[in-house]
Structures are given as C-alpha cells and as structure tokens.
Design a protein around this ligand. Structure first.
Ligand code: PLP
Length: 395
C-alpha cells in the first residue's frame, strides 16, 4: 500500500483549501454567537454570513439576496423541484434527463411513484441531449425543466442557455444542477433565464455539508423542505455558520483562480488522456466527442474489470471512481453510462479520473504511467488475474 496519495477523484469531493480552513476557524472558536441574536456579538456573525452570501453570489453573477444556503447539493436540487411543483397546481410535470445525478433521478422516481409525470430526455452515445427533444417534451403542463450544467461522471456539458429559453417560452421554471460546473467554468445566471441553480461546497475545496441554491428574484419560491424563519423564511434552521463562511471563501478563491485553474486542469487532463491512449490499445473516452468539463475524463479499458483496476491503482495511491457501484452484493452499472448505450460489461470496464486546481502538474503523468502499468499487468494475467478473482469473491 502506497503512503502517498495521487488524488484524481475531485468530482467525488475535493481537498479543503487551507485558506478556506483559516477563514472558517474563528467561527468554530471565538465567534460562536447566533446570527439571529440582536446584540453585537450575534450581529457580527450575521454580517460575516452576509459577506459570504455576496462572495457566493459573485461567483455566478447573482445578487446576494438571491442566494439561499442549504446543507448540500442534494437539498438544493430537491428544494428546486418541490418548490416548482408547489408554485402552480396546474403544472405538475417534471422534465429532466436520464443522466442527472441521483439527487435528481432518485427524487424524480420517488415523485413518479406519488403520481407526478416525469418526462425523461434521452442522451446520445456521447451523453448529449437533443434540444429539439426537450422542446417537444416541455409544455404548459411542465412545472420545471431540470437539466444539469455538467455531468459528474463524464464531464459532458449541456447547453443550459438554450434549454432555459425553451422552459421560459412555455412558462415553466428552469433549474440547473451546476454542482460540478461551478468553480470549473464561468457561470452567469443573468446570461439566460435560469430560475434556479444548485451548487455545493465540497466540490469547491470547501467542507462537506454546505451548499447553496440560487433563486431568480422574480419567481414565487417556497422553501419546501425545512420550514423556519432563517434565510428570509426560505430555509429554516440555525445557520451552519463556519461552513457558510468557508463557502464564501471557497467561492472567492474559485472566482480568483477560475481562468488559470480551468486551463491547468484541462492541460493535466489532456496530458493524462494522451499518455494512456498512446501507450495502451483498447481505450476509449466516454463522451470524448462532446464538449466536456476541463477536469474530467471517463475511460473504457477493453476487457478490464474496473473494480479490479481500482484496487491495483489504490495500491499505488491513485484515487479514482468506477463506472459501476457495488449495491447489495452485485455490481450495478452506472445509469449515466448505460443511458449512453454502454453495455454492462463496458460500464464495468470504465473508470473516471477528475482533477482539481490543487493537483500538481506532474501528477497527471505519474498517475497515467501507473494506470498504463496496471492495465498491462491485468491484461497479461488475463483470467488468472488475482485481482479479478478477489473481486469476484468479494462482490
Ligand atoms: N449534483 C451533482 C452533479 C453532483 O456531482 C453531486 C455530488 O456528487 C450532487 C448533485 C450532490 O451534492 P451533495 O453531495 O452536496 O449533496
């Protein structure tokens, strides 16, 4: 087992930036007042929260009062959908894609079981949607069109400006899950009729358990999950102060580093991809022909058991994600990859690698070399691969 870590799983979560940790620290210590308290010891905390709200707003070109702090991207997504359903009783239909994060897909499936109509938009073999299909699906019965800005597994991007205009034309709300895009790409909520947008701290070098929902000032919004007085009655619960301060700092840093970070991540990702595709045969990039996030690559390694490869990589300290998840003892292929038409076998042979601005440039080359050697080793061993038999025994 390697003692050093080559962390290429930044779409799963990111390391906390030390500057973010420094910013939140005083709010875990001396500044413990309740931001709703009237005395100055509480006001001071309140003011820090408002400064943080302005930092988050600036990252997506919103007004501070249009930002609601939530506990996670999942809560932001769920709240956006539920609020849209509450807004107009004649609009009880949801239009979304087959490749959303489970924070949308599983929630929509639950709502379908309760009787709501869900219209699922298909993707092509590169993970792209056809806006004409969206045009056909959205109607005067649609409460909300919810389509992610960037896919978490493949990095494939969606044309949210065009999609927002489709929703607006039919009087429906448009929500985008921008959890993977914020901090990696410039986001401007004013460039299109985006009504709701989700972002999450732990993808932005901030701690887990803090996120935000942008709400367009002109929509009637009801916080549907946690009632209470905070956040102007839109999301109750005494504020998670230190984490909110952390999110503000993380947003400020993301804004500051955006352009350079995006170029660096793309350079590392492209170098990583080219080393692997030059040195190995039978490698394909899932969504490789589509426009993608700068930091993400998702690769199929022909004939390779992805879970087994992850174990070999783990022994060398490389952290990545598989295209299948172990649920109740069997491997379930990723719903994103199967929606793109991959077979179960191909999804099981797929791994995702995702970079961040905290990766060092040389890590791309080093990790690519480790991947190449691990795949060669597994291919050389074939059915005798100890990893394969280990995987079969444990899942
Ligand atoms: N949406 C996308 C695209 C994500 O990648 C994630 C997390 O992986 C989420 C939503 C959920 O965010 P959180 O982990 O903050 O609930």
């Amino acid at each position: 087992m390697s003692s050093r870590i080559l962390y290429l799983d930044n779409n799963a979560t990111t390391a906390i930036d030390p500057e973010v940790r420094d910013a939140m620290w005083p709010y875990l210590g001396e500044f413990y007042g309740n931001p709703s308290s009237a005395y100055s010891f509480g006001r001071r905390v309140h003011d820090a929260i408002e400064a943080s709200r302005a930092q988050v707003a600036a990252l997506i070109n919103a007004a501070p009062e249009d930002i609601i702090f939530t506990s996670c991207g999942t809560e932001s997504n769920n709240t956006a959908i539920l609020s849209a359903l509450e807004r107009d009783r004649d609009r009880q239909q949801i239009v979304t894609t087959k490749v959303e994060h489970s924070a949308i897909v599983k929630h929509a499936e639950k709502l379908a079981r309760k009787g709501y109509e869900i219209r699922w938009i298909k993707v092509d073999d590169q993970g792209r949607i056809d806006p004409d299909e969206v045009r056909k699906a959205v109607s005067d019965e649609t409460a909300i069109l919810s389509i992610m800005k960037a896919n978490n597994e493949t990095g494939v991007l969606f044309p949210v400006e065009e999609l927002a205009a489709i929703a607006e034309k039919e009087g429906a709300l448009f929500h985008t899950d921008a959890v993977q895009a914020v901090g990696k790409l410039p986001i401007d909520v004013k460039a299109a009729p985006i009504h709701l947008l989700s972002l999450s701290g732990h993808k932005l070098h901030c701690p887990k358990g803090i996120a935000a929902l942008y709400v367009h000032p002109r929509i009637k919004f009801q916080g549907m999950l946690i009632g209470g007085g905070q956040e102007e009655g839109r999301r109750g619960g005494t504020e998670n102060v230190a984490s909110i301060i952390a999110l503000g700092k993380a947003a400020e840093l993301a804004n500051q580093h955006l352009q350079q970070a995006s170029h660096r991540m793309a350079a590392m990702r492209d170098r990583f991809e080219s080393i692997i595709t030059e040195r190995l045969t039978g490698v394909k990039i899932n969504g490789g022909e589509a426009e993608r996030l700068p930091n993400t690559t998702n690769m199929i390694f022909d004939g390779i058991d992805g879970e087994g490869l992850l174990i070999l990589l783990d022994q060398e300290g490389v952290c990545a994600s598989a295209g299948s998840a172990c649920t109740t003892g069997s491997l379930t292929p990723s719903h994103v990859l199967t929606a793109m038409g991959l077979t179960t076998e191909q999804a099981r042979s797929s791994l995702r690698f995702s970079f961040s601005r905290l990766n060092r440039d040389e890590e791309a080359e080093e990790a690519a070399g480790i991947v190449v050697r691990a795949v060669e080793k597994m291919r050389a061993l074939g059915d005798d691969s100890p990893v394969l038999s280990h995987t079969a025994a444990t899942h």
